[in-house]
Design a binder for this molecule. Structure first.
Ligand SMILES: C[S@@+](CC[C@H](N)C(=O)[O-])C[C@H]1O[C@@H](n2cnc3c(N)ncnc32)[C@H](O)[C@@H]1O
Length: 301
């Protein structure tokens, strides 16, 4: 799985730039437009929060575990708008510091190893955009991907009561995914081989499930599927809106961009890692159906 240093690279490096662009508790996961792209990004993110909270029956007093909580957008929603209590977990120190500064109960903790002995059990659990990081390329190559997901569902099983619900959304590989051997950072720019190589560099330690079926199968002994929908097209729109916000002028933010220039000039690996500012590998992968994105609601049986 991705280690804390990997997540710190992906999320702590951009912490300040992200908050200056998206707001203190911005979402860093696909929004829910349901195809209505006249909605603003903020409206579509709120629609997502509402959908999740309704699907999990989160109400006043509910005790929720927000795994992989990012900058706590969903935690903020359920605490402020539903009167729930929430514990958020992240592996990025920068995110945890920002969340705590903003008054949210968020700690740095690997959510895949939580047990009831740590914080008790929960009425509902979310993991919005976290599963992508749970299996590394090496684990996948060693044939361990399903074991990783099965172990994770066992963790969830122990933390929920019978009938308790779990929501997750995750990117998945899709019908046009390439064989691993064809992924190549030196391939033609913008080609599937090239964007997949960029993605691996942007998200070190992370590999995706092969379709929602793989996740649903791994959940089976413990959970039944309540609902499933693809958010692929909504994610393409989300990324387009993010890119506008990342570019929008803000003196402090542009100063931070400038401070990256020396490293950019001297470090080839870093140049690959931040090539995402020019082309969004995720967006190309969604457009070419190399990847899809799924929202899944499960219930413990
Ligand atoms: C794409 S962001 C999603 C953040 C947030 N849920 C949202 O929707 O904005 C992925 C998050 O997963 C967290 N993460 C990845 N692996 C984790 C793990 N094993 N334990 C806890 N958090 C993890 C990262 O630290 C980051 O906060």
């Amino acid at each position: 799985m991705a280690q804390q240093e990997d997540l710190d690279f992906t999320y702590t490096t951009i912490d300040k730039i992200f908050r200056l662009s998206m707001g203190e508790t911005g979402d860093y996961s696909g929004a829910k437009y349901d195809g209505d792209f006249s909605m603003s990004l903020e409206e579509a993110q709120k629609a997502k929060h509402k959908f999740i909270a309704d699907s999990l029956n989160i109400k006043e007093g509910s005790k929720v575990l927000d795994m992989a909580c990012g900058w706590a957008p969903f935690t903020r929603y359920i605490v402020k708008e539903r009167g729930a209590t929430s514990l958020g977990l992240t592996l990025s120190q920068g995110q945890a510091d920002a969340c705590q500064k903003n008054g949210f109960n968020v700690i740095v903790r690997d959510c895949r190893t939580v047990t009831p002995a740590d914080y008790g059990t929960f009425d509902a659990i979310t993991c919005i955009g976290g599963l992508e990081h749970f299996c590394s390329v090496e684990e996948w190559r060693a044939g361990k991907q399903e074991e990783v997901y099965k172990n994770f569902f066992k963790v969830l099983y122990d933390l929920l009561p019978v009938g308790g619900r779990y929501y997750m959304q995750t990117m998945t590989f899709s019908k046009n995914m390439l064989p691993f051997e064809e992924i190549d950072i030196n391939a033609e720019k913008g080609s599937a081989s090239h964007v997949l190589a960029l993605m691996i560099k942007e998200f070190p330690g992370s590999w995706l499930p092969y379709g929602p079926e793989m996740v649903i199968d791994c959940a089976k002994p413990h959970f039944k599927l309540i609902s499933q929908s693809s958010g692929r097209l909504d994610y393409i729109e989300t990324i387009g809106q993010w890119r506008k916000k990342f570019r929008k002028f803000n003196l402090k933010k542009y100063w931070l961009y400038l401070s990256l220039v020396p490293k950019l000039l001297t470090n080839k690996e870093f140049r690959h890692q931040v090539a995402v500012f020019k082309v969004s590998p995720n967006r190309v992968c969604f457009e070419q159906e190399i990847m899809d994105h799924y929202r899944l609601v499960f219930e413990k049986i």
